[in-house]
Design a protein around this ligand. Structure first.
Ligand code: ADP
Ligand code: MG
Length: 366
């Protein structure tokens, strides 16, 4: 049964190529399997969370052109769960098979300067920022911006590659702390809330957006998400508008996570984008008829997007490092939906799983 009027549809039974082998790929592969798709993962690290849920695994480096070509040959469409796939690998793959999202999106989202410039050009506010290629540049930026955060332009995640700096005389230390890498310096935003919008955009430009959610971080790592965000309706609507604007301007296909700050005066600023399912969207697996991972499959395969309604409000808690040792208690708790990622080794700061609790609209657990 093939839905009419959907050009370029990649039907169930096809194979999805997944770049990156972590938990986001794992949960995408599980959603793909539910809809009758197979997943083939390409990852430099063997036996990871994604491979455990896949029909096929290629273990190779991102510069292994032969392996990349063979991988492309064996799949029908390519997506990713790791946004730092090197540009040459992505170019090679996208010449062989539809790759969603594609090179242009990755070029923008891999570089904090390109990303913030892109948003600013669309009239979307961000933290005030400056480029800094060395310690002197960081010092200049801090003089202009006041208390700041220096971040590596590329490869940062979970607060890594960042240094808080308020005194320009400390620029050397900050530059060393981020590994002497080219940097962006951002003025510190005095936010009341950190929120995010996860949306899917289809091949036809249709968008399905989940409500804005509220995120809490510990040590730069997401610790919990409350869905929906406890912000005034106009703030949530502005976040939704910004996320849609970004997705349209990128001509995006797939799931996009947009992280935002809500300032004390109610302004909504973009912090960063993730060109893939986002940790703050995990609650949708348990609280919504169609999860962010199923939306990813639908979007990249040219299927109609699903509803983004929810059965219930939700609270998602990440299990980081040895917090995963709480699993025997959580699995025995009827109100806790436990997700474990099958990581072979527990390390501090590593995301090992998450737990979602559903809440009735009244705030009571269901
Ligand atoms: N300009 C800023 N002002 C205030 N807090 C910030 C700023 N940039 C980052 N942070 C804090 O650091 C966290 C991680 O930074 P982010 O830019 O999202 O990098 P990552 O890629 O590590 O998630 C944010 O979620 C926020 O709590
Ligand atoms: Mg972030």
């Amino acid at each position: 049964m093939i839905p009419q009027g959907i050009p370029d549809m990649i039907p169930p039974g096809s194979t999805i190529g997944m770049l990156g082998g972590g938990q986001l790929g794992r949960m995408s592969a599980l959603a793909a399997a539910r809809l009758g798709y197979k997943t083939h993962v390409f990852t430099p690290e063997p036996h990871g969370p994604c491979a455990q849920a896949c029909a096929a695994e290629t273990v190779a480096d991102w510069d292994d052109e032969e392996a990349l070509a063979a991988f492309a040959d064996s799949v029908d469409v390519i997506t990713l769960e790791f946004e730092n796939v090197p540009a040459p690998a992505l170019e090679l793959l996208s010449a062989l098979k539809p790759t969603r999202p594609g090179s242009r999106v990755l070029a923008i989202t891999q570089d904090r300067v390109a990303e913030k410039s892109f948003a600013n050009q669309l009239g979307i506010g961000t933290a005030p920022w400056r480029l800094a290629d060395d310690a002197a540049g960081i010092a200049d930026a801090v003089r202009a911006l006041g208390p700041s955060i220096a971040k590596t332009r590329r490869f940062g995640y979970d607060g890594k590659g960042q240094a808080v700096i308020a005194d320009p005389d400390r620029a050397d230390t900050a530059f060393a702390a981020i590994g002497h890498a080219p940097a962006i310096v951002e003025g510190r935003v005095d936010f009341t809330h950190e929120i995010s919008v996860v949306l899917a955009r289809g091949l036809d430009g249709q968008i399905a957006a989940y409500p804005a959610v509220e995120n809490h971080h510990t040590g730069g790592i997401l610790s919990s998400t409350i869905a929906p965000a406890r912000v005034p309706a106009p703030v949530a609507a502005e976040a939704d508008r910004i996320a849609r604007r970004l997705a349209d301007a990128l001509d995006y296909v797939g799931v996009l996570g947009v992280e935002l700050f809500v300032t004390r005066d109610g302004a909504v600023l973009m912090n960063e984008m993730a060109p893939r399912p986002h940790n703050s969207g995990h609650w949708t697996i348990d609280a919504c008829p169609v999860s962010q991972f199923e939306q990813q499959v639908r979007a990249i395969c040219g299927l109609p997007l699903g509803p983004t309604e929810r059965f219930a409000d939700a609270e998602m808690e990440n299990l980081i490092g040895d917090q995963v040792d709480r699993w025997p208690t959580l699995i025995a708790d009827p109100g806790a939906r436990l997700h474990l990622y099958g990581k072979l080794e527990t390390r501090p700061g590593r995301k090992m799983g998450h737990v979602t609790r559903l809440l009735a609209r009244s705030g009571q657990q269901v």
